[in-house]
Design a protein around this ligand. Structure first.
Ligand SMILES: Nc1ncnc2c1ncn2[C@@H]1O[C@H](COP(=O)(O)OP(=O)(O)OP(=O)(O)O)[C@@H](O)[C@H]1O
Ligand SMILES: [Mg+2]
Length: 327
């Protein structure tokens, strides 16, 4: 069972922040207590939650990290010290939730511009892992928006992450970003970290794009790359290119505030289900709710059929092909 998911790609602009914020909301709607850790410049994930931001004041997360300047390399912080430091800073910020979410919520360790510098002052890369361990009892699921650049912040993110979700825009240079990310994971494993690739999520997909079809074919024929069986890691659903995501980002609201049509976020509803099951939280999926519930006729973009005649299928047909196996 994994609990800490890193959404990572060494190449920018691949839909990391959109994935983290949409996935966090959908998991919370299903009743999960989700912690988002926004380590990625320029903090798009943090600002994407504007509609849920509470009145309460908080200190910068970087300031909280600086409280651990004396933490020796290779050491994790004491849980009690973590709780004191977080409480003193008013962190994590617990976002507004709704009764219909059945006890689920999103809390966030928000981005600020000094995070990278602050992490560089702390000799240990195990600080974030220690922070998350200290919060384990209050949180079901952690989603980290990992930085694209190397450095102590990325090292902390890798040391805290169990499973990686790799979002990928199917365009010419996408595979370079994927390769660089896979190399990074392989190096982390060589260094003793138990981190693995969970799935590759195609984002910003044009259903009929030839390029998308080529990339799917390349991934399907890749076999093992850097110790990961890539052909088995491509998620069967893909996120369509949709102007509503840009609008949602601009207004700091979820995509379903911009459109009623669930085909725009059906892949994220399926990703939420995948993550909750992978995290051992299938009990939360017995009754999909609100935006996490797809109608039988909602259209799903089917990765394997991208670039072909009919890359979109109805959810009921998707289910017939991919009924989740219960534990
Ligand atoms: N499915 C989509 N359809 C259309 N636009 C999208 C989609 N997903 C994300 N976008 C837009 O693409 C841009 C990049 O997405 P996002 O910020 O999520 O990527 P990122 O990987 O976090 O980028 P960065 O490297 O800047 O952190 C944003 O303007 C976002 O609104
Ligand atoms: Mg981002």
């Amino acid at each position: 069972m994994e609990r800490v998911y890193g959404v990572a790609n060494r190449k920018g602009g691949q839909g990391k922040s959109t994935t983290v914020s949409t996935l966090a909301r959908l998991c919370a709607i299903q009743g999960a207590r989700v912690l988002v850790v926004d380590l990625a410049q320029p903090g798009s994930t943090t600002t994407s939650f504007r509609d849920l931001w509470p009145e309460a004041e908080h200190e910068d997360f970087s300031r909280c990290l600086l409280a651990f300047r004396g933490l020796e390399a290779g050491h994790a912080p004491e849980p009690r010290a973590v709780r004191e430091a977080l409480t003193a800073c008013g962190l994590p910020v617990v976002l507004t939730s709704y009764p219909s979410w059945g006890g689920g919520f999103v809390a966030i360790l928000p981005h600020d511009d000094l995070l990278g510098e602050a992490a560089a002052y702390v000799p240990s890369d195990l600080l974030l892992a220690g922070l998350l361990a200290a919060l384990a009892r209050e949180i079901d699921l952690v989603l980290i928006d990992a930085p694209t650049d190397g450095g102590p912040l990325l090292a902390n993110a890798l040391a805290a992450t169990g499973r990686v979700i790799l979002p990928l825009v199917p365009e010419a240079s996408a595979l370079e970003g994927a390769d660089a990310t896979l190399r990074l994971l392989a190096r982390a494993r060589q260094g003793g970290l138990p981190i693995s690739l969970g799935g590759i999520l195609l984002t910003r997909c044009e259903p009929k794009s030839k390029r998308a079809a080529e990339i799917v074919r390349t991934l399907a024929q890749s076999g093992e790359v850097e110790g990961e069986p890539l052909h088995r890691k491509l998620l069967p659903f893909a996120v369509r290119q949709s102007e509503f995501y840009e609008q949602a980002g601009r207004y700091g609201v979820p995509v379903w505030e911009r459109t009623d049509d669930a085909q725009h976020w059906s892949a994220y509803a399926l990703l939420a289900e995948w993550v909750l099951r992978d995290a051992g939280l299938e009990r939360l999926m017995t009754e999909p709710r609100l935006q996490a519930r797809l109608d039988p006729t909602t259209r799903v973009l089917y990765s394997a059929a991208l670039g072909m005649g009919r890359p979109e299928i109805e959810y009921r047909d998707y289910l017939a092909a991919h009924a989740p196996v219960s534990a």
